[in-house]
Design a protein around this ligand. Structure first.
Ligand code: GAP
Length: 464
């Protein structure tokens, strides 16, 4: 098997309709991406599986879908207006701007880079002779704070009073609805609130395909607990979540253990709201280890801030009539970034026989965009086409299927391999005699004959 390379993955994604460059016919828009048919199906499947795992299958979780544009006070209260900053440095020679912390990370590794305080970032870049990625010179300004919140204006007049922000995380929608949810669902602590949705950050240097974009999707959980009496109490729940998160990535999405690791945030790196933070990192082809998911103990910071700024009562009263502000543990999954990791993991270029290779996307069947493709062996034999259509129609209510009668069967297999379809069914002349079909397995490329009456059960066992 050939080593994976991000350029090959990007080109497959475009060629097969997973991801397209955004606004392409207008010359594009820096780092915006559109999801095509297969990319949309994959993303929706991952989001549905996440929802099923963390909401449907659990008694201690409920859901929410809150607004993207909120009262600007939400972001003042949360601390994002004053603290959600990246260190911006300018190259004095070519005037291009970069995230200083990321340039340091590339030079000395993230473990060392996070130890450097904000105000020393520019100086350190000069000391370490880090060159500008654009012009190759080394002459950096001091770092300046650059706020990541996306501003917008409500109404027709763009003045200071009409400023609002597109949400920088979905989490705040959860905190500001805490009381509504508590009252309507009557959940008891500990319980969590889950939300999937878009978030926006004015990233200084987006890049690496869909890894860092200005518009992306999050799948966030705020898991509320009683204020812990000691560290052991919250650590226990925190560690249980770490196991659950890792299981979701490996068992549900098929990411391999060798490509994942936990990395703890250092004091300098940790967000302003967190007491302890870990990232799940993934080893992305051509990029190396980088964040896949964030996981933080946010304490009672957010609810307390919203109590302070809004005056609302966001407390909880327990069975003994004790009134308190719950604490919260936050697994924050990036949906679009998870899609990227899943695509990278699934991508395989392998030799089928000497001198012949294939690209195959080995998605777990549960999340594969298309589950089954149905082919008539020959396009110009109406009886084969009619039988194949009949089988295709019988499977469509259960799974996303494709009918394909274009080109020879070998070519159709290659196309389905690149889309990641786990099963291809071919209708041939024996089908008309014996009422059975050939089912070809994507990964092993083995074929077996299955009776048409058994087909749905056979596929249900394999796909779920
Ligand atoms: N509420 C906490 C929070 O938002 P975060 O670590 O800033 O935490 C969570 O973000 C996850 O969102 C990240 O682990 C990553 O998967 C994804 N993410 C963050 N910024 C992103 C960006 N610019 N583009 C794509 N995904 C991003």
């Amino acid at each position: 098997m050939t080593a994976k390379n991000m350029n090959d993955i990007v080109s497959l994604c475009k060629r097969r309709g997973f991801v397209f460059a955004g606004s392409e016919i207008y010359g594009g828009l820096a780092n915006s991406w559109d999801y095509g048919h297969y990319g949309t199906l994959l993303k929706n499947n991952i989001a549905s599986l996440w929802w099923k795992t963390f909401v449907q299958m659990r008694d201690d979780m409920v859901g929410l879908d809150s607004a993207i544009i909120t009262n600007p006070k939400v972001w003042e209260a949360s601390g994002h207006v004053s603290n959600f900053n990246d260190p911006l440095v300018d190259c004095k020679v070519c005037k291009q701007r970069f995230r200083g912390d990321k340039l340091l990370e590339d030079k000395i590794g993230i473990e060392q880079a996070v130890l450097i305080p904000f105000e020393q970032v520019g100086q350190k870049l000069n000391e370490l002779k880090v060159v500008c990625p654009n012009c190759g010179k080394c002459d950096w300004t001091e770092a300046r704070k650059f706020n990541l919140l996306f501003e917008t204006h409500i109404g027709v007049i763009a003045d200071d009073k009409s400023i609002a922000y597109l949400r920088g995380e979905t989490a705040q929608g959860i905190f500001i609805n805490f009381k509504n949810i508590l009252q309507t669902t009557r959940k008891k602590l500990p319980f969590g609130i889950a939300q999937i949705g878009k978030a926006f950050r004015n990233e200084i240097t987006p890049g690496n395909f869909t890894f860092r974009t200005r518009e992306f999707e999050l799948m966030e959980i705020e898991y509320f607990i009683k204020p812990p009496q000691n560290e052991e109490q919250w650590r226990k729940i925190f560690e249980q979540w770490q196991v659950t998160i890792k299981e979701f990535f490996s068992q549900n999405l098929g990411l391999s253990d060798k490509n994942m690791r936990w990395r703890r945030h250092d004091d300098n790196e940790r967000s302003f709201y967190s007491k302890d933070t870990y990232d799940v990192e993934y080893s992305y082809p051509s990029m190396g280890w980088a964040e896949l998911q964030g996981f933080a103990y946010r304490t009672d910071y957010d609810l307390k801030q919203h109590i302070k700024y809004s005056g609302a009562d966001l407390t909880y009263v327990d069975e003994n009539n004790n009134k308190f502000v719950p604490h919260c543990i936050e697994p924050a999954f990036g949906l679009t970034r998870t899609v990227l990791a899943v695509i990278c993991e699934a991508y395989h270029q392998e030799e089928t026989k000497p001198g012949e290779t294939r690209i195959v996307m080995k998605f777990k069947p549960e999340i594969a965009p298309i589950k089954v493709a149905v082919f008539p062996l020959l396009k110009n034999k109406p009886e084969l086409v009619a039988k194949a259509k009949e089988i295709y129609d019988s499977l469509k209510p259960f799974w996303m299927c494709e009918f394909d009668d274009n080109g020879n069967v070998g070519k159709r297999y290659r196309r389905q391999d690149e889309i990641g379809t786990p099963f291809c069914i071919t209708v041939d002349f024996d089908t008309l005699k014996n009422d059975d079909v050939t089912v070809r397995d994507r990964d092993s490329m083995q074929q077996e004959r299955i009776g048409i009456s058994q087909l749905i059960n056979y596929l249900k066992n394999k796909i779920g």
